[in-house]
Design a protein around this ligand. Structure first.
Ligand code: KG4
Ligand code: ZN
Length: 340
């Protein structure tokens, strides 16, 4: 059975995993760089690239050892080729190329977003195409019609910040530290979500996209006013983001009547209020709700290996000598044509 070694290094997680064609994760390791970046209140690209470079080699050896396997047992190598912080992507991709060369096996340069998009099928093999995916992370906030392997239609994206980015910035304003999402969620537990009047940008709008910049500015004004307690601001902000995500997702569900399920992925999907609101949207529209387990929702290498497995199973061939791409939209047709 085909065995793929996956490598992920596009942001601040170095990850390596071994995944079989039937979706068994034989071994996996994830090293978070939270401690390195915490003093700076966000991910520092140069530090991230250095940390990936220090860790990825030993982690590949450790994962093979965990599984009791050698590099020669691997049938293909898959590494994230973008989108992401280019220094980190280059570290993982070049490592993947070296391993593939040494083992004389094919190398797959995987789109990180495709990894997220197909990851639910790793744990829910019954999930059929087409499904609606809400990808909500620190770098992305997109609704994607996943129509097949390599067939993605972007229905919506953010016109300014990603939802996770807004959580991180609000956490900073509230002095809650990094990474911000989990800290805001904890602070919100003791707050009243109705206490601070905050806007819900684009709620009910005819256009499909997300926007969080205005909400973030309103939170800053509430903080500066000195009138509200931190838990109340955190709870009110979380409620506003949740309302926006649910509203925009409802619109997309209606625009995609053939969807077999509503699927969420990305770090923000870890948020219980967000998860509950999205589940309610799915239930309202008679759709199964699929939220992969947390460790598969956030950045990981199993999803990168799995995306290559899906491509192999679909009879696709790897792109020869893939290069690191800081930007790499899943749905190229949704991108503005430059120079046209
Ligand atoms: O998918 P992910 O691990 O990395 C990428 O950005 O690709 O997502 C990280 C993002 C961060 O912005 C983090 O603050 C947010 O997900 N996040 C959360 C929660 N856990 C992580 N946001 C809200 N509530 C959470 N519990
Ligand atoms: Zn990601």
């Amino acid at each position: 059975m085909t065995l793929v070694l996956g490598i992920e290094s596009s942001c601040d997680e170095t990850a390596v995993a071994l995944v079989t064609a039937d979706g068994r994760v034989l071994a996996e390791r994830i090293a978070s760089q939270e401690a390195e970046h915490r003093p700076f209140g966000g991910v520092v690209p140069e530090l991230a690239a250095r940390a990936h470079a220090e860790r990825v080699g030993p982690m590949v050896q450790a994962v093979l050892a965990d599984a009791g396997l050698a590099l020669s047992d691997v049938d293909a190598v898959a590494a994230t080729a973008g989108p992401g912080l280019v220094g980190g992507v280059m570290v993982g991709l070049v490592t993947g190329k070296a391993l593939a060369f040494a083992a004389d096996k094919p190398l797959w340069g995987v789109n990180h977003l495709e990894g997220h998009a197909l990851s639910p099928r790793l744990v829910a093999p019954e999930l059929q195409f087409p499904y609606l995916l809400l990808l909500v992370s620190g770098g992305h906030c997109q609704l994607i019609a996943v129509e097949g392997v390599g067939a993605y239609r972007r229905l919506a994206t953010t016109i300014d910040d990603a939802a996770g980015e807004a959580f991180d910035k609000v956490a900073k304003m509230l002095g809650l530290g990094f990474p911000g999402g989990p800290a805001v969620e904890i602070a919100a537990q003791h707050g009243d979500p109705k206490s601070v009047p905050l806007p819900r940008p684009l709620l009910g709008s005819g256009e499909p996209h997300f926007s969080f910049a205005g909400l973030k500015t309103a939170v800053l004004r509430a903080v500066d006013s000195g009138r509200y307690a931190v838990p109340d601001i955190a709870a009110s902000f979380q409620a506003a983001v949740t309302d926006c995500l649910a509203d925009r997702t409802t619109r997309a569900v209606r625009a995609m009547p053939d969807a077999t399920a509503l699927v969420v992925a990305g770090g923000v999907a870890a948020n219980k209020a967000v998860r509950a609101a999205l589940e309610a949207v799915a239930v309202q529209h008679g759709l199964p709700f699929i939220a992969p387990p947390l460790k598969l929702c956030t950045d990981n290498a199993a999803m990168i290996a799995w995306a290559a497995q899906e491509r192999i199973a679909a009879g696709l061939a790897p792109e020869p000598d893939p290069q690191a791409r800081p930007r790499w939209p899943l749905d190229l047709s949704a991108e503005p044509v430059r120079g046209a």
